[in-house]
Design a protein around this ligand. Structure first.
Ligand code: GDP
Length: 327
């Protein structure tokens, strides 16, 4: 594979080159990994930056409807939009997000939009790295906005939030007056909560839900990276394309403020550091599953079970083995 050619293709905004490059970063093969690293390193200095927006919400809340109408609104403003996904469930049938292109039919036909389904990987760490690298490729290509979608399950929100400049949480109107069991940690991640389906019969419920969340957000500690009034809750209707412009204006207000105050760059620097540590951790964990370390773990496991050696002494032996290998 000609990496220089692939790089040029991306810089010339050749979508086929971008799709090929994403396939390359998604590959787990060692030779592909080396080529992917070379490509990403070569693109690092291009220095183009997109606005990375993370979007989470449980299935059925209206994510694909929202991405389609929000994406169309952005391309209508002559912005180029890429849509990626972090979907730890995509190997399971039925649970996949973005797997089905018909979900965003209009947007997928838009020449200023690019939609890429989540790589099929059960391992969240693998999906995270690949999505992060796909984001970097989309930035180098020259997209203005990269939307990173995830379903509201497990750790995937953290992963998406750690690769986004801001994080949107999409909710549906609640039936009663109870909050929808959104975990505090996820509330704390959200910069803007969007209560979707604020139309027709659901409108008044959506407004009540929005007021409830606005109240809940006010109870959270004010974050130094936010201007007055953030994080905030708003109502939208993805179906009727209502409130989308307002949401975009709030996003712009927040990002402009963060850029001016220096929080934008600080967040990216912290994220780079976070992913560096993650990669090291993942790398160490991967090494435990192969070669001498794996054999030693199996051997010591039996010894520990039989009571012939203590767990910590056995662990020290295995860890020493890793040290020897890396030096
Ligand atoms: P996802 O699973 O989060 O991607 O949700 P979808 O976008 O597939 O939407 C799930 C269902 O909610 C579909 O039947 C949509 O038509 C409906 N829906 C999405 N957005 C809205 C909205 O703004 N208003 C109403 N009334 N229904 C919506």
């Amino acid at each position: 594979m000609d990496i220089a050619k692939l790089r040029d293709g991306i810089l010339k905004q050749d979508r086929r080159a971008l799709a090929r490059a994403i396939t390359l970063v998604e590959s787990a093969r060692a030779d592909h990994r080396a080529l992917a690293s070379e490509l990403l390193d070569g693109l690092r200095e291009v220095g183009k930056q997109a606005l990375r927006i993370g979007l989470s919400g449980t299935p059925g809340v209206g994510k694909s409807t929202f991405i389609e109408s929000f994406g169309m609104m952005l391309t209508g403003k002559r912005l180029k939009v890429a849509v990626l996904a972090v979907d730890p469930s995509s190997t399971r049938s039925g649970g996949s997000i973005l797997g089905d292109k018909t979900r965003m039919e209009r947007l997928s036909r838009d020449p200023n939009a690019f939609i890429r389904p989540s790589p099929s990987q059960s391992h969240l760490g693998g999906v995270a790295r690949r999505t992060r690298e796909a984001v970097a490729l989309c930035e180098a290509f020259g997209f203005d906005v990269v939307l990173i979608e995830t379903v509201g399950v497990g750790q995937s929100e953290t992963v998406v939030s750690e690769m986004s400049d801001l994080f949107l949480l999409l909710l549906a109107p609640a039936g009663g007056d109870e909050l929808q069991g959104v975990k505090r940690g996820i509330m704390e991640m959200a910069d803007i909560i969007l209560v979707n389906k604020a139309d027709g019969d659901l409108k008044s419920a959506a407004m009540r839900t929005c007021a409830d969340y606005a109240g809940a957000l006010r109870l959270l500690r004010k974050r130094p990276q936010d201007p007055e009034g953030f994080p905030k809750a708003m109502t939208v209707s993805a179906l009727q394309e209502d409130g989308l412009l307002g949401a975009w204006e709030e996003i712009t207000t927040l990002t402009d403020w963060r850029r001016e105050a220096g929080h934008w760059y600080r967040r990216r620097a912290l994220q780079a550091d976070y992913w560096f540590h993650e990669e090291v951790r993942q790398g160490v964990l991967a090494r435990l599953e192969t070669g001498t370390a794996k054999t030693a773990i199996e051997r010591f496991g039996a010894e520990v079970s039989a009571g012939r050696v203590t767990p910590s002494a056995a662990a020290d032996k295995v860890l020493a083995l890793l040290d020897v290998k890396s030096s």
